[in-house]
Design a protein around this ligand. Structure first.
Ligand code: KIV
Length: 283
């Protein structure tokens, strides 16, 4: 019997496709830095995303729109150094999607050539099938992000679960098909019911990643800081908080402060000694 956690040495698109074909699910997390990426690879995480969620998680912005492309490329390089064997996806920030097709293509090439990404992900609207086609023609693997699209935060209903009735599911399926027909190598569905994911999975032949999209998806992605109990606010309902890393960090920092103010740090073992004086050379 195959071990469901067995991970091949290097994970590429072919590998994720064959996992789907074999009915094996894959695990994806966000990573914005070298140590997190290295831990994720050792833990057997199949895929990493340098998400535009870094705007909120790392930079403290109220939404993902201000994610800076240049910073994402630099941090993407660090993620790739930490996890050379995972399937690595660069998330196209609003900045890269709002200035026309050439700007988007340039940003996508930077994720591939500078940060070492295997694919880029973009939040797509219906009209973006042409853009997905241009990226495919340029040889860039693209993941189309459908359902809740956090960059739509400023629109009414933009930041709500999507596709919750039959008409909306039909529209989602049509959009998913259009993206795959235009060249998307995978889809990502965020915050949709499992029934919607089931319909999409049945309608397309590419792997479908879910982010709060139910068990029908072929793989699942979460924001690492949410999973580890490190996020500032309450994480979305679909996140299982599997550790309380934030509390561990806070506790250690509090002890560090107390040790300093109460004179317990530094202790002798933390202090450099003087070298023994050397004898002066003979004249
Ligand atoms: O930016 C992000 O973190 C995402 C999610 C799908 C995890 O896009």
């Amino acid at each position: 019997m195959t071990n469901p956690t067995q991970v091949p040495a290097h994970i590429d698109l072919a590998c994720l496709r064959s996992m789907k074909a074999a009915g094996r699910k894959f695990a994806m997390l966000t990573a914005y830095d070298y140590p997190t990426a290295a831990l994720a690879q050792v833990a057997g995480v199949h895929a990493l995303l340098i998400g535009d969620s870094l705007a909120t998680v790392l930079l403290g912005h109220p939404n993902t729109r201000p994610a800076p492309l240049d910073l994402m490329i630099v941090l993407g390089e660090a993620v790739r150094r930490g996890a050379p064997n995972v399937y690595f996806v660069g998330d196209m920030p609003y900045e890269a999607l709002s200035g026309g097709t050439e700007r988007t293509l340039t940003a996508a090439r930077r994720f591939r050539d500078e940060a070492g990404c295997d694919a880029v992900k973009l939040e797509v609207k219906s009209r973006d099938h042409e853009l997905v086609g241009r990226l495919a023609q340029a040889g860039i693997d693209t993941i189309a992000h459908l359902g809740l699209r956090p960059q739509d935060v400023l629109y009414p209903d933009g930041y709500r679960a999507q596709a919750r009735d039959a008409d909306a599911v039909a529209a989602l399926v049509a959009e998913a098909r259009r993206m795959v027909d235009s060249g998307a190598v995978m889809l990502l569905l965020e915050a949709v019911p499992n029934e919607a994911s089931q319909a999409v999975v049945a309608a397309v032949n590419v792997p479908v990643i879910g982010c709060g999209a139910g068990p029908a998806c072929d793989g699942h992605v979460l924001v690492t800081q949410d999973l580890l109990g490190m996020s500032a606010g309450r994480p979305p309902r679909f996140v299982p908080v599997l550790a309380r890393v934030g509390e561990i960090m806070e506790d250690a920092m509090r002890r560090y402060v107390q040790d300093i103010v109460e004179g317990r740090y530094p202790r002798p073992e933390h202090v450099y000694g003087m070298r023994a004086p050397t004898a002066s050379p003979p004249r």
